[in-house]
Design a protein around this ligand. Structure first.
Ligand code: ZN
Length: 136
């Protein structure tokens, strides 16, 4: 039975990032294997999802900062009725922002709130690489 319920990337990933001017730097970095998150130059806070204005102070002074890719599962749900089943989670990055993403590469029953995870880029069809998380 072991491995029968391992998490897999869903065919239509939750975490796929639509390419827009606000998110293009993320995808360009991902193509080089780098994980970056937006940072506001006015208030200094990091945020997620990429957007044109800082969600905290509405400044448009957005730059991009390398992130560790380390985080913890904040909450999650397992979509068991999907074939194959997969896990969706909110992952809080070490740097603070919370990303909605997928947990891959582990037993679905092993996913826990507070579990340490690390980012992996997974290919999704012919589109850009998608940020997902696997147990650290
Ligand atoms: Zn700000």
């Amino acid at each position: 039975m072991a491995g029968q319920h391992r998490t897999q990337a869903p065919s239509r990933p939750i975490a796929s990032i639509t390419r827009q001017p606000e998110s293009a730097p993320f995808q360009d970095a991902a193509a080089e294997g780098r994980f970056v998150v937006p940072r506001c130059g006015a208030c200094g806070r990091l945020h997620w999802y990429p957007r044109a204005l800082c969600p905290f102070c509405f400044s448009n002074d957005i730059t991009w900062q390398d992130a560790s890719g380390r985080g913890t599962v904040y909450s999650y749900t397992v979509m068991r009725r999907a074939k194959p089943a997969y896990a969706i989670a909110y992952v809080q990055l070490e740097e603070g922002p919370i990303m909605m993403s997928n947990i891959v590469g582990c037993d679905l029953d092993a996913v826990r709130i507070g579990m340490a995870v690390k980012l992996v880029f997974e290919p999704a069809g012919n589109g850009p690489l998608v940020p997902m998380f696997t147990p650290a």
